[in-house]
Design a protein around this ligand. Structure first.
Ligand code: SF4
Length: 204
């Protein structure tokens, strides 16, 4: 009897051996995803850091713990409600930003993830995700919290949790408070998804 095809496992196996860009040289392992491949909400960050490179899971270091706390506070369960990944799957040396060439080399893996998960809502965490996914350079603080169409999906840029770690304040208007409010809006939209029409496909 033929074994059932498992697209997630196939993607994981294919990506694990990728050497399309120089980041393959310094990595311990490819960091593909965590969470639920059937989730309707996908979070896309920048690239793995040291703890992610060691564990093979995205967003498990300090910024991941802060993200987890913010998701919980917004009523979201990361294991059930979200699928979490990065635009670049291997750790850049010294945690530098991925280059344009690395973003481009890794994009086909992200495209396969989007095709696999088929999320209705996508969150872009930080400037590299905004650039890597939508090709928008800069403006994350101006664009955060705003929904925009991306093909048949809705996408919202958010401040990156590693940026939020620089600010302890949760006063109204602080980066953490703004992000907490953005995630509450995300949860509200997630709950209303069945009542919302998807955006007209803009080909993005
Ligand atoms: S960063 Fe992406 S393109 Fe580069 S080696 Fe890793 S998986 Fe391949």
């Amino acid at each position: 009897m033929a074994l059932a095809h498992n697209p997630e496992k196939a993607l994981r196996t294919d990506c694990a051996g990728c050497r399309r860009c120089p980041l393959a040289e310094g990595r311990q392992q490819v960091v593909l995803s965590r969470g639920n491949p059937s989730a309707r909400l996908m979070l896309i960050g920048e690239a793995p850091g040291a703890q992610e490179d060691a564990s093979g899971l995205p967003f498990v270091g300090r910024s991941g713990q802060l993200l987890e706390a913010l998701l919980v506070a917004a009523g979201l369960d990361s294991a059930q409600d979200t699928y979490i990944c990065n635009v670049v799957k291997c750790r850049p040396p010294g945690n530098r930003k991925p280059t344009a060439a690395e973003l481009a080399a890794c994009r086909p893996w992200l495209d396969r993830q989007v095709e696999l998960v088929d999320p209705a809502l996508v969150l872009l965490l930080g400037a590299s995700a905004l650039d890597g996914v939508l090709g928008i350079k800069g403006g994350i603080t101006r664009l955060r919290g705003q929904w925009r169409p991306w093909g048949s999906r809705w996408v919202m840029p958010l401040l990156h949790p590693s940026y939020l770690l620089r600010f302890g304040s949760i006063e109204p208007g602080s980066p953490r408070a703004l992000t907490a409010a953005d995630l509450r809006a995300v949860h509200a939209r997630l709950k209303r998804l069945d009542d919302l029409a998807p955006p007209l496909d803009s080909g993005g």
